[in-house]
Design a protein around this ligand. Structure first.
Ligand SMILES: Nc1ncnc2c1ncn2[C@@H]1O[C@H](COP(=O)(O)OP(=O)(O)O)[C@@H](O)[C@H]1O
Ligand SMILES: [Mg+2]
Length: 716
């Protein structure tokens, strides 16, 4: 089934499309074909029955694309008296200006130009990543407008940076992509076969078992990594493939092999559109159409072969030696810097393009299939493996027959959980660090507060030690921020083109953390609780453990939310620490609620530290426990240094005044009194635990919302 490089090089004829370059044989299971096999096979047959070979089943045309953005001027304060009216011309910047062109199936279209010329913007425009109210002009496929839902399903966008999990092998990475993007109805064997075919197609056979790697781990080479990135996005064999600078940062051999792979993909029945900075002459030979941009305007649009001819006619012939592309780029740069600008070339290109359209119209006929039929045909040939059935009559039906997500939510969660678990296993140091941190802190606290006693001093020590325990747990949680952010980039890439639902990610992320949090809170409780000598026996221990777990849960939730809000390692980490510190300020430990100024009360109640702190405190200071007996009440007072008999006499006379009998064993401060002193009177310990868990869920929902609204990949 694997394509050989020989096959890649030839332009396959109609028949080869269905035999070698696609995976029809195993992609559409026989039984499925039987179930809904009515149209699957009929359409291509009906189309070919006209006996006219179909040329270019897919043609993506864009006409007069124009995109302006508002530019904010630095000083826009309307000074009194000044007539500060910014004219609309001054206020907008034209990023794309009347771009016209055509990309065909089986071909690579390359968008070129100096950096800042608008290559990425044009790609975004074509890939429907620009708000349609801001983008003017038309984009059609086979003469019909492309609904955005359909475009999303038939296309893929390979971003400029490789966002991959470093500890997965090439094969695993592609296999997970297959699990996400290919429907569940496909058996594991068929998914595996697809991955193996893709590995061969991408030329990754030798690297298949190698981990991707990162700064700290040796992995595959840059070119291989880029090809893996491409592989992830083409696992379902999209019809339209966009790539933003797939060769940047690669040496010329790797760059060539990447483009060679792209040519193979195009030849298998896709339209490949990419931006490229400066192609070598070998790469130039693989390109079919080129668009040169300068400041959002087209300088040249046509085939590489016609490029020298074009400049000949313009009156600036390319030198015979060297790369014509380099010449063109240098020449455009020269024009940009000259006083006349590029206007002449823009106009010359316009007339040249119009002429060539006329020429082409004579030579070739328009695409003979409607968009819908072309897509059906493509699906029936094994492309676009998204669970589509290729049945139905109208547009709406086609869109709905190609589901937005290949798999149900639970299946996405299973795959996500498997991948997260595998990542954790491959990088035990991440969990190890957290485990070490919490264990060491528990040991330090346990030895520092070894077996605290029931005395006035013991009250202070218990309060301090419990408050520190809660904050330690929260600070341990902040170490999760970088992990959330690292994953977020991959998440954005994967969800942009519907690999899985955002909700499945949030659910899986939350679920996978639970065993980890149980281990952390259990080890903390097992060390700290007995060592400090906390109260309550087994039931006290269980509550202590549950509260520690709830605290971890709420802590990771708020850190997840913060990293969703500030997707930057440093910022998220600093913000998490700041938030936890402020929570600690207002939790009632440093100053009790009753003494807190009224205007800070709001923060006191939203302080996440308050609830676990109060739960721990109530678990510790029980009504039945006594912390000050008889003469202990004189500790830390001047009377404390007097002799025992004097203290007894004082107790006796105090008893007389109050009308009770005060002896050395009379309880002066119970647990309840200690709690009152700290202002912990409002919620029972179980209610506190409930509130902590609820906060955790609340922040998980906010985390979901940040992902939902923060990962829109569309320009205004
Ligand atoms: N939102 C924006 N506001 C103003 N200028 C922008 C905006 N987005 C992009 N640009 C500018 O548009 C030009 C084209 O950007 P881009 O398409 O990324 O260029 P390329 O990919 O060719 O390097 C650049 O000069 C860039 O600074
Ligand atoms: Mg760019």
């Amino acid at each position: 089934m694997a394509m050989t490089s020989m096959e890649l090089e030839e332009l396959p004829s109609e028949t080869e499309y269905s035999s070698s370059a696609t995976f029809r044989g195993f992609i559409i299971p026989m039984e499925e074909q039987g179930k809904n096999g009515d149209l699957v096979l009929e359409i291509p047959m009906a189309a070919s029955s006209s006996n006219v070979p179909i040329k270019d089943p897919f043609v993506l045309s864009f006409n007069n694309l124009t995109y302006d953005v508002k530019v904010r001027h630095k000083s826009r304060f309307p000074f009194p008296g000044s007539n500060n009216v910014i004219s609309p011309e001054n206020n907008t910047k034209s990023l794309l200006n009347g771009i016209t062109g055509e990309a065909k199936e089986g071909e690579i279209m390359a968008i070129m130009g100096p950096s800042g010329s608008g290559k990425s913007t044009l790609m975004d425009a074509l890939a429907n990543r620009i708000d349609k109210h801001s983008l003017k002009g038309s984009i059609t496929m086979n003469g019909e407008p492309l609904p955005s839902g359909l475009l999303k399903v038939i296309s893929a966008y390979v971003m400029q940076d490789d966002m991959l999990f470093p500890m997965l092998t090439v094969e695993e990475t592609l296999m997970f992509a297959a699990e996400f993007r290919l429907p569940r109805s496909l058996s594991k064997e068929k998914k595996k076969a697809r991955v193996q075919a893709l590995i061969d197609q991408l030329g990754l056979r030798n690297a298949a078992k190698t981990v991707i790697g990162d700064e700290g781990h040796r992995g595959v080479s840059g070119g291989e990594r880029r090809r893996v990135s491409i592989g992830i996005d083409i696992i379902h064999d999209p019809i339209l493939l966009f790539l933003d600078e797939p060769t940047s940062g690669l040496d010329s051999t790797s760059a060539y092999s990447v483009i060679k792979v792209l040519q193979g993909i195009a030849r298998s029945g896709s339209i490949v559109i990419m931006s490229i900075h400066q192609p070598s002459s070998r790469i130039l030979g693989l390109l079919d159409t080129m668009i040169f941009l300068s400041r959002g305007k087209t300088m040249y649009c046509g085939s590489p072969e016609n490029l020298p001819h074009f400049f000949d006619e313009f009156g600036h012939p390319c030198p015979d030696y060297g790369n014509p592309c380099e010449f063109a780029l240098d020449f455009i740069r020269e024009l940009e810097e000259s006083s006349d600008g590029t206007q002449k070339l823009v106009e010359f290109n316009k007339s040249w393009q119009e002429e060539s359209v006329k020429r082409d119209n004579k030579a070739s006929n328009k695409p003979s299939l409607s968009l819908e039929d072309a897509i059906r045909k493509s699906i029936s040939q094994g492309k676009l493996v998204t669970g589509a059935t290729a049945t139905g009559d109208d547009h709406q039906n086609l869109i709905s027959s190609v589901p937005s997500f290949a798999n149900p939510l639970w299946y996405e969660m299973v795959v996500l959980l498997t991948r997260m678990a595998l990542n954790t296993r491959r990088m035990p140091e991440v969990f190890g660090l957290r485990f070490g941190m919490i264990t060491v802190t528990a040991i330090i606290l346990g030895t520092m507060f070894w077996q605290v006693d029931d005395s006035p001093r013991g009250i202070q020590e218990r309060i301090g030690c419990l408050a520190i325990s809660v904050s330690t747990i929260f600070f341990t949680c902040t170490t999760e921020a970088p992990e959330f952010i690292k994953e977020r980039f991959i998440f954005i890439r994967e969800t942009a083109y519907n690999a899985y639902r955002r909700s499945s990610y949030v659910l899986a992320r939350s679920l996978i953390s639970i065993p980890e949090l149980i281990v952390l809170s259990l080890s903390f409780s097992l060390i700290a609780f007995p060592a400090i000598g906390l109260t309550g026996g087994i039931s006290g221990f269980i509550f202590f453990f549950l509260t520690a777990f709830g605290t971890f849960w709420a802590g990771t939730s708020i850190v997840a939310f913060i990293s969703g809000l500030f997707p930057d390692y440093f910022l998220a980490f600093v913000m998490s620490i700041a938030v936890v510190s402020y929570y600690l300020f207002f939790c009632g430990f440093l100053i009790s609620r009753k003494r807190l100024p009224k205007y800070w009360l709001g923060i006191h109640y939203i302080s996440l530290v308050k609830y676990p702190y109060e739960a721990f405190m109530q678990n510790e200071f029980r009504p039945s426990k006594c912390f000050t007996r008889g003469h202990q009440m004189f500790d830390n007072t001047p009377i404390g240094s007097l002799s025992r008999s004097v203290q007894d006499a004082m107790l006796g006379s105090m008893g007389n005044i109050l009308g009770t009998n005060f002896t050395d064993s009379t309880c002066i401060t119970t647990g309840t009194d200690a709690l009152k002193l700290q202002g912990i009177t409002e919620l029972s310990k179980w209610k506190c635990l409930f509130v902590i868990l609820a906060w955790g869920f609340f922040f998980r929902i906010l985390f979901y919302l940040t992902l939902l609204f923060g990962s829109k990949n569309k320009r205004k």
